[in-house]
Design a protein around this ligand. Structure first.
Ligand SMILES: Cc1cc2nc3c(=O)[nH]c(=O)nc-3n(C[C@H](O)[C@H](O)[C@H](O)COP(=O)(O)OP(=O)(O)OC[C@H]3O[C@@H](n4cnc5c(N)ncnc54)[C@H](O)[C@@H]3O)c2cc1C
Length: 444
């Protein structure tokens, strides 16, 4: 049964807003604009109809939709991969635009969609499909590329990074959420195999992945990473199931059970698990920022369009300042953060050694917090502007109203990061004499 109410009109995005068009943004150079224009063309031709199909499936109740969605999402990743838009780590010399800049532009575009002047319509964006691209194309591919030998690259990296197979990254557990160091999944080494035993939670792509980078603990307690070939989800003693989420409905967020899964020892990656997971943290923070900014743009387009069209008390909603002001304020904030994001990704492309810089990591963490909070607030504002319609699937699905709620927690929860940031700022070791004076003054 389709739950859409016929009397509800579709929100038509019909006005071009130059400030919300990244192609129009003076901060991009000509090569970046060329790359982005081609990407938008591809989205209009190849992805828009697929995103609409995924959206339509969300209106059905009492009908199974999971398998249909899985096929569509797998098809989208393949299309992205064929054009070099899934992972950006291979063939870097084929492009004028740097690898991380491309990754960020793709993230922005896929989340935000775009008003097409040529077709005079809005081309859909989908945050949850981009989450799947991030999980497979970056969170799987980058660590595997970093910590694998040539044979492992051939076997585990090329199928995902080069051929668009679905990848996933499995860190989070029931007792190890923000506190990732508490991971308990056992990677028991014997002479010739590794036996994986434990559970993972909230794993994007988990139940559709062909390859998973699995983090766990070796016999000696050290964290490590191993690649799991799920044999098309048929691997013996491995089970996966969907976690039903508000928002991010196409990201196939899953629970995984490894019930003494036997893995070849050659699948173990080289090095410490935390180093493998976090060496690409700065890039991940930038791509998550780009996603949130693209999604912010989408929410602003919808708020703007609805405020233009909806009439109450004989006025259009945009005629009320309380509706209009937050939209213009957030457009301003969006463009400031886009400028910062573009500067960071370019710097990182030009100076790859910055990936190891603590200050760069801290700055991109700040950007990630600000960008995801802006996306969150823009969704709240959009929700308020919609009135009762915001509660309906009919409007919430199209706008992806709940998607940005996820990214407040994804990729390292904002509160954890903010807390450690503020502690760092106030870390103060008094000079010895001052310290002694203070101790002397204490009345025991
Ligand atoms: C849609 C979705 C997709 C995901 N995809 C993946 C994936 O592909 N792979 C993967 O491994 N994980 C994934 N995750 C998991 C995600 O990384 C975790 O949700 C996140 O790390 C938070 O862990 P938690 O949910 O257990 O929250 P908790 O750790 O229980 O935290 C609860 C709250 O307390 C706050 N908090 C915790 N510690 C502190 C502290 N020290 N200071 C201040 N505040 C604190 C947190 O910020 C949070 O707000 C995904 C999550 C979601 C929602």
């Amino acid at each position: 049964m389709d739950t859409r109410i016929r009397e509800f009109e579709k929100i038509k995005i019909q006005k071009y807003i130059p400030e919300l068009d990244l192609l129009n943004n003076p901060v991009l150079n000509s090569q970046e604009k060329e790359f982005l224009a081609e990407l938008y063309g591809f989205m209009e031709k190849e992805l828009d109809s697929e995103f609409r199909k995924l959206e339509d499936l969300n209106y059905l109740v009492e009908e199974p939709t999971q398998d249909k969605k899985r096929d569509i999402v797998i098809g989208i990743m393949k299309k992205l991969s064929d054009k070099g838009y899934y992972s950006t780590i291979l063939n870097t010399e084929d492009y004028d635009v740097g690898r991380i800049t491309r990754n960020a532009l793709i993230a922005y575009a896929i989340c935000g969609g775009r008003w097409s002047e040529y077709s005079e319509r809005y081309i859909a964006g989908n945050y949850s499909v981009e989450m799947g691209r991030l999980a497979g194309g970056t969170l799987y591919c980058n660590p595997v590329n970093y910590a694998s030998n040539d044979a492992q690259k051939e076997k585990f990296l090329i199928p995902v990074a080069g051929e668009g197979k679905i990848g996933a990254s499995a860190m989070t557990e029931f007792n190890a959420g923000s506190d990732i160091f508490r991971m308990e999944l056992a990677l028991q080494e014997t002479d010739d195999i590794i036996i994986a035993k434990g559970k993972k939670l909230f794993i994007t792509n988990g139940m559709i992945a062909e390859y998973i980078i699995l983090y766990g603990r070796l016999n000696n307690g050290q964290l490590a990473a191993v690649v799991v070939d799920t044999e098309n989800q048929q691997l013996k003693d491995f089970r996966s199931a969907r976690v039903r989420t508000y928002g991010m409905t196409d990201a196939f967020v899953s629970r995984l059970i490894f019930d003494r899964v036997e893995l070849p020892k050659e699948n173990l990656l080289q090095g410490h698990g935390l180093d493998i997971a976090f060496h690409q943290l700065t890039e991940e923070r930038l791509v998550i920022s780009a996603e949130a900014l693209g999604d912010t743009m989408k929410k602003l387009l919808y708020s703007h369009a609805y405020a233009l069209q909806r009439r109450q008390f004989e006025q259009r909603l945009h005629q009320y300042q309380v509706i209009r002001f937050p939209i213009s304020r957030k457009i301003r904030e969006l463009n400031l953060l886009i400028s910062a994001m573009i500067q960071y990704v370019r710097q990182l492309d030009m100076h790859p050694e910055l990936a190891g810089s603590k200050l760069m990591a801290a700055n991109t963490m700040g950007l990630k917090i600000s960008a995801t909070e802006l996306g969150f607030e823009s969704a709240i504002h959009c929700f308020r502007t919609m009135g009762g319609r915001g509660f309906t699937r009919q409007y919430a699905n199209e706008i992806g109203l709940f998607d940005p709620y996820c990214m407040i927690h994804g990729g390292g929860s904002n509160y954890v990061l903010e807390d450690s940031e503020s502690r760092r700022f106030f870390k103060y070791k008094p000079p010895r004499r001052e310290f002694e004076d203070t101790v002397a003054k204490i009345d025991y």
